[in-house]
Design a protein around this ligand. Structure first.
Ligand code: SAM
Length: 305
């Protein structure tokens, strides 16, 4: 396990993932009934963007840095508010002369990972279960949530949690599966993990993260997901640059099972904006498509060819 999320915290992939995560949690709050969020690959929860690691890659500058650098269009602002208000709240103690969102050098100082963002959006009746397998990252995450009775942090293989921790006793909630994709076969693992988890918790909402990069088997991945016969499955993808001449991350994708009925319309507003704000060259693109259900777009993967 070499992956450390501190090098990537707040990058363009985190922006899409966390913006959608915040939409999903916000939607769950529309009913009073308690929900649980299961975060199977949680990371350390709170990232110091001034740290040597974050500064070394500077990836956040082309993600959350760009997103917060300029005002948002009126149609986008309310959709991003739950996410960006949380980021702003974590950066609010750096002096009014710098503005509410800025660190001492004029840039963001802190960024919330998925468990922290979720926790900031939860109500008193809601619960978080977060798994982290890297021993040091588990320790850090555990310390962050020390004494918080609404959150349970476990040093456990997140793939096992998809069996052992589902269904949650609240019988409503969200499962975020955000693996590091550092080993071969992770797309297949994600698909098998979803199949297992969905059998145990068919009423739950699931959000799965995957990378877009040169040679990634996206069409085959979508096909195998579609074959699971899960009735409602939405996919959204954001590509920020061409994959020619690079083996690194050039885009990011999310699969959302049982999405709120409002999400597709929200993504149709958010994605074009994020593409424009975060693009790194003229090959940037974005799409939200149904893999199963609603107005399933049969030609969904034609543009992968
Ligand atoms: N979800 C986090 C967020 O959005 O802020 C980022 C998570 S990062 C992409 C993936 C994390 O999974 C890393 O912290 C890594 O140590 C952890 N990890 C890797 N394999 C794991 C496993 N089998 N079970 C649980 N955590 C694992």
């Amino acid at each position: 396990m070499n992956y450390r999320h501190i090098y990537h915290a707040g990058n363009f992939a985190d922006v899409l993932k966390h913006a959608v995560l915040a939409r999903l949690v916000t939607y769950l709050k529309q009913k009073d009934k308690a929900f649980r969020v299961l975060d199977t690959h949680a990371g350390i929860g709170l990232y110091d963007l001034s740290s040597e690691e974050a500064q070394k890659t500077g990836e956040w500058r082309d993600g959350i840095g760009r997103l917060m650098a300029d005002p948002l269009p009126a149609a986008v602002q309310p959709l991003l508010a739950p996410y960006l208000d949380a980021v702003a709240a974590l950066n609010s103690d750096h002096g009014p002369e710098r503005g509410p969102d800025r660190g001492p050098d004029g840039s963001l100082a802190r960024y919330p990972g998925s468990p922290k963002l979720t926790r900031m959006l939860m109500r008193p009746q809601d619960r978080l279960s977060a798994m982290e397998l890297h021993p040091d990252d588990y320790e850090t995450l555990h310390r962050l949530f020390d004494g918080d009775y609404q959150s349970r942090i476990t040093e456990l293989d997140g793939w096992l949690a998809l069996g052992a921790h589902l269904p949650p006793k609240e019988k409503r909630g969200l499962v975020l599966v955000d693996p590091p994709f550092e080993e071969a076969g992770e797309y297949e693992r994600l698909e098998k993990g979803l199949a297992k988890a969905y059998r145990r918790f068919p009423g739950g909402t699931f959000c799965l993260w995957y990378p877009l990069k040169q040679g990634a088997p996206i069409a085959a991945f979508h096909e195998s997901l579609t074959a699971l016969n899960i009735p409602k499955m939405l996919c959204c993808e954001l590509t920020v640059k061409s994959d020619r001449g690079t083996t690194g991350l050039t885009g990011t994708g999310l699969i959302i099972v049982n999405p709120p009925f409002t999400l597709k319309g929200e993504l149709d507003v958010l994605l074009p904006f994020l593409k424009d704000r975060l693009k790194q060259d003229r090959f940037a693109s974005a799409r939200a498509i149904w893999l199963r259900g609603e107005d399933r777009d049969v030609a969904a993967d034609d543009d992968d060819a």
